[in-house]
Design a protein around this ligand. Structure first.
Ligand code: 0L1
Ligand code: MG
Length: 258
């Protein structure tokens, strides 16, 4: 019998203290996806008890590049809280993180709730605004190695999010060029088409999966669609920028080591 509370404490404490742990599936090789989402929900409950507020969800592994990078080929999701938000242009302290990476994404802001039953048109109509976004991920597992149940339990590696300027969703986002740069040099180049063929498909997947394993999508939620390229390891003292065609430029800095 899996002790969901005990596993939630392991991943939550690892994130809080910035200390890597062994994969949960070492202890429970048969850990199911359903139980892993229960562990995720319990760990998020611990964050909410500490005063954090749920602001939306992140989709993970929505592109081939991401699936290949971590050797898991299943779309997953996690919860975003207000404590994970970093303002556009702000500085990020890497101290307290284990092996942080950054990846280029598209963010949606929802104006109405919708469910797994929704059509693509309904999903598009539910979007209030769209923005370029950078997700900071930090697996709590040693060597950034995990199986799908491990990463789900670990809130799909969510660690931080920077959102660029919001704009009305009155443009075609099917195939936008996305360039992630470190200190002005491109390190990852991709297209929004790499996100499940169209970022709106990630939104539909979010509705389906969050309804199945969680609370569904609500008005006011931010939804990160998932990365269009592999993630890039972060290091101290770097300027990180994302340029998304027609959506604009945004970014953050990492602080120098103390
Ligand atoms: O946002 C993501 O695609 C991350 C999902 C988990 C896998 C990873 O840590 O790269
Ligand atoms: Mg991501």
């Amino acid at each position: 019998m899996v002790d969901v509370k005990a596993l939630a404490e392991i991943v939550d404490e690892a994130a809080r203290r910035g200390v890597a742990v062994a994969q949960l599936t070492d202890m429970y090789p048969a850990l199911s996806i359903e139980t892993a989402y229960a562990v995720q929900a319990e760990a998020i409950g611990r964050r909410l008890q500490r005063g954090e507020r749920r602001i939306g969800v992140k989709m993970g592994l929505t592109s081939r590049a991401k699936m290949q990078q971590v050797g898991v080929d299943e779309v997953i999701w996690g919860v975003l809280t207000d404590a994970m938000i970093l303002d556009d242009g702000e500085s990020l302290d890497l101290d307290g993180m284990i092996h942080p990476r950054v990846e280029p994404e598209i963010a949606f802001l929802l104006k109405k709730p919708f469910t797994g039953e929704a059509s693509a048109q309904w999903a598009a109509d539910a979007v209030e605004a769209v923005a370029p976004a950078l997700e900071i991920i930090d697996s709590r597992y040693q060597d950034f190695k995990f199986r799908v149940a491990d990463v789900v339990a670990d809130n799909s590696s969510a660690a931080g999010v920077v959102i660029g300027p919001w704009r009305k969703p009155d443009l075609d986002i099917a195939n936008l060029g996305m360039i992630l740069s470190f200190d002005g040099r491109p390190v990852q180049v991709g297209s929004s088409a790499a996100i499940l063929g169209h970022p709106l498909r990630a939104l539909l997947a979010a509705a389906r999966l969050t309804e199945r394993y969680g609370e569904g999508l609500k008005a006011g939620d931010i939804v990160l669609a998932g990365a269009s390229t592999a993630a890039e390891p972060l290091r101290p003292g770097v300027n990180v920028q994302l340029q998304v065609q027609n959506l604009g430029l945004m970014g953050f800095n990492t602080k120098e080591r103390k």
